[in-house]
Design a protein around this ligand. Structure first.
Ligand SMILES: Cc1cc2nc3c(=O)[nH]c(=O)nc-3n(C[C@H](O)[C@H](O)[C@H](O)COP(=O)(O)OP(=O)(O)OC[C@H]3O[C@@H](n4cnc5c(N)ncnc54)[C@H](O)[C@@H]3O)c2cc1C
Length: 269
């Protein structure tokens, strides 16, 4: 935004944008497979999205290492196997899948082996089913979509400070300092990982209320419920139809009454 329209912004707004911080990047692998992933756990053979971490302790250790600029041997892997549910993704009998793990922002390290080792760990025989693969390191991701700065798929680090100052501290974060120019993206509240939400928020109004509750790899799983409740900021009914970009997982619907945010329901998508 600075590059495109920086000259139209006030010096204070420019100063704030220059200090905006990005978070971890991701390394992503796409696979063409000879068959479905042979997960040992039957539940995993039926799931659209799988978080491969073994235990909460292992997930935390892996994320901790990444946040310290390291590359874990056993990364926390987010995996999607769409062709199990959408036959148009692959020829009959064949399958597709993709997975990513977090890496330090801007990392060029190839995590293919580490990711495939993790999948093989929970699905012995997976490697034998790989027909072809394509990988993206963080700079290749950024070349593909310049919004993925340093491979950050979240549009900026989502910590307590930047949750409320995305991308700058303003009465309405969706208004820039330039008249008639608005920003509505994962770099505005409530942040990334809310596909469809970011694009449908009317400029200058608080964001509406849904989020894919099962999908924040940045937080300990136990903290997600509370985090999501606090990040919501509007009232009114919401149905899954209003979130066309989200499928699989859960939709946490909350309402805000005065200063209090309450959980209304958890819908399975
Ligand atoms: C591999 C991966 C997996 C993900 N998994 C999930 C998930 O399971 N659940 C979930 O909720 N979220 C997920 N996300 C995150 C989600 O995709 C983002 O949070 C969301 O797309 C952000 O929306 P946005 O509008 O801010 O940016 P984007 O969707 O990135 O859109 C930005 C657009 O602007 C264009 N653009 C950028 N720079 C310029 C320029 N200078 N000029 C013109 N056009 C430009 C880009 O080409 C792009 O089309 C994932 C992201 C990735 C990459």
């Amino acid at each position: 935004m600075l590059k495109i329209a920086g000259h139209t912004f006030s010096s204070l707004y420019r100063w704030q944008l220059e200090r905006y911080r990005y978070g971890m990047g991701v390394f992503k692998v796409d696979w063409a497979l000879d068959g479905p992933i042979p997960f040992t756990a039957p539940e995993c053979r039926q799931a659209g999205t799988i978080h491969l971490g073994n235990s909460l302790e292992e997930i935390l250790a892996s994320e901790q290492q990444t946040s310290e600029g390291k590359h874990p041997d056993r990364p926390f892997v987010l995996l999607a196997q769409q062709s199990l549910f959408d036959p148009t993704r692959a020829p009959a009998g064949k399958h597709t899948a993709w997975a990513y793990c977090h890496v330090p922002n801007g990392s060029r390290v190839d995590m293919t082996t580490a990711i495939e080792n993790q999948v093989e760990r929970f699905a012995p025989g997976f490697r034998d089913r790989i027909l072809a693969r394509h990988t993206f390191n963080t700079s290749e991701l950024e070349a593909f979509n310049s919004n993925l700065v340093g491979g950050d798929i979240n549009g900026g680090i989502l910590d307590v400070t930047q949750l409320f100052t995305r991308p700058a501290l303003r009465a309405s974060p969706y208004r820039t300092s330039a008249k008639g120019l608005y920003i509505c993206s994962s770099s505005t509240p409530p942040g990334g990982e809310c596909m469809a939400c970011v694009g449908t928020t009317p400029p200058g109004r608080p964001c509406r209320i849904y989020s894919s509750a099962s999908r924040s790899p940045y937080l300990p799983l136990k903290a997600q419920g509370a985090f999501r409740l606090n990040s919501a900021s509007d009232t009114g009914p919401v149905s899954p139809k209003k979130a066309p970009g989200i499928s699989g997982g859960f939709l946490l619907v909350v309402e805000r009454i005065g200063r209090e945010t309450r959980k209304k329901s958890l819908l399975k998508l």
